[in-house]
Design a protein around this ligand. Structure first.
Ligand code: DOR
Ligand code: ZN
Length: 445
């Protein structure tokens, strides 16, 4: 018998849809999405079909209290193309379990974790093993990024030379594409590779594999480092993804290069991400929190003019995705100057509050930036939308409700949130992964 769940009376929002309606899920895949009321009179389904679904439904989740009160929103689960899970090697900061719990509490269904662990994820077997351990938890779909060089030492290419192209023997269907094997993205995140010839060879491997390379652009300043990876990416004809863009100069460079890349024959593709903290906070916050401690992050929080440029780039489509760069640290490491912020449990609410309510970004566009668009960068065409055939990965939120950011209530071991004490909108009430409830918010006191 099929495992059916019905989600009725929701505001359904994805990058293309914003409507009142209901969803029928079968065996972890969206079967039907239709507008209209609780009695399914607008569903277009025959009574027989509807009775079939209602009879077999294990769970019915009701987002409203009658046809005229549509309280709750249903959105596709979020995809984070950039997070640090610290596993293996740094359990005092985070591990696979605590990170996955934080992810689902934040509405995430798919996450890329970076390779700067101990040992470094620099072999295909290590990436596959980490994914297997995560799959066994059944909370999220984890895709470990693989480092470009052995031990992230910047000396020689890592096990990426042993990878086979992800698409070999596996034609991608859209939607309904089967999950691909890891890695889906390569990255030396946290470091630049100084040697041009070595970075070019890494880009050529990425081109052979058809995988994007997420580039941390820091050495010699963000502008220079960004220009350099764009140059080398053009040479290799690969997909360069710029991580955590933070300056107005880098934004301008990327905007220009994207216009060129649009008709590049080489296969050169350019995408980029920005992080909630760079979109919302400035160097003033860093000073307030302590520039060398709780306010420290790489790249650093920038002046307001940079933030304004990021907002412009978000609105004009230069920025493709919002990524958390979730970087949990223990309190003692933060006090000693470890850079980074915890981000998985605040990203959606911070963006909803500061970008949708304050800056006029539409909720559909926010959904795209946090879900469908990063999924596409990873080649995951089977998620990020609420439409028949897509994965039943959702989260439920009340966009009118407020909650206060308090790390004491967070699942992550890294209590280093720069948003502590803020009142934000849109608590995550429930997260559904492949048609199963993996998170329910505790009742409010
Ligand atoms: O602030 C940061 N923290 N930026 C990075 O690029 C790395 C990260 C970390 O691993 O802690
Ligand atoms: Zn990072």
């Amino acid at each position: 018998m099929k495992r059916t769940i019905i989600l009725k009376n929701f505001r359904i929002v994805d990058e293309n849809v914003n409507m009142l309606g209901s969803v029928i899920v079968e065996d972890g895949i969206i079967r039907e999405v239709f507008p209209g009321s609780a009695d399914f009179s607008d569903s277009g389904l025959s009574n027989k079909e509807l009775d079939g679904f209602l009879d077999s439904a294990r769970i019915i989740i009701d987002g409203g209290e009658g046809a005229d009160k549509w309280g709750l929103s249903l959105l596709p689960a979020l995809t984070d193309i950039h997070a640090h899970f610290r596993d293996p090697g740094f359990p005092e900061k985070e591990n696979l379990e605590s990170a996955a719990l934080a992810a689902v509490a934040g509405g995430y269904g798919t996450v890329v974790c970076m390779a700067n662990t101990d040992p470094v994820i620099d072999a295909p077997e290590a990436a596959a093993a980490l994914k297997l351990r995560s799959d066994a938890l059944g909370l999220i779909d984890l895709y470990p990024a693989m480092a470009l060089t052995t031990g992230m030492a910047g000396k020689e290419l890592s096990g990426i030379t042993r990878l086979q192209p992800a698409d070999s023997g596996q034609k991608a269907a859209w939607p309904g594409q089967r999950p691909r094997r890891p890695p889906l993205i390569l990255s030396e995140d946290g470091k630049d590779i100084s040697d041009d010839a070595l970075l070019l060879r890494a880009f050529q491997e990425a081109k052979r594999l058809g995988l994007p390379v997420s580039c941390h652009c820091d050495e010699g300043g963000e502008t220079k480092a960004t220009a350099r990876v764009i140059e080398l990416g053009k040479k290799a004809g690969c997909h360069v993804h710029i991580a955590h863009v933070s300056t107005k100069e880098a934004v301008a460079l990327i905007r220009g290069a994207k216009a060129e890349a649009g008709n590049a024959e080489s296969g050169f593709t350019l995408t980029c991400e920005a992080s909630p903290h760079h979109l919302v906070l400035t160097d003033e916050t860093a000073r307030m929190l302590g520039e060398e401690t709780w306010g420290k992050v790489n790249p650093p929080l920038r002046p307001e003019a940079d933030r304004q440029a990021l907002l412009g780039a978000l609105l004009d489509g230069t920025i493709d995705a919002i990524a958390t760069d979730h970087a949990p640290h223990s309190n003692s490491d933060k006090k000693k100057g470890a850079p980074g912020f915890s981000g998985l449990e605040t990203a959606f609410s911070i963006c909803l509050t500061e970008l949708v309510s304050e800056e006029g970004l539409s909720l559909s566009r926010l959904s795209s930036l946090l879900s469908a668009s990063p999924s596409r960068i990873l080649g995951l065409g089977d998620r990020g939308r609420i439409a028949p055939g897509y994965r039943a990965d959702f989260f439920i939120t009340d966009t009118d409700s407020f909650w206060q950011v308090d790390p004491a209530n967070m699942k992550t071991r890294g209590k280093n949130s720069p948003f502590t004490g803020r009142d934000v909108r849109g608590r995550i009430l429930m997260t559904i992964h492949r048609g199963r409830i993996v998170y329910e918010a505790p009742a409010l006191k």
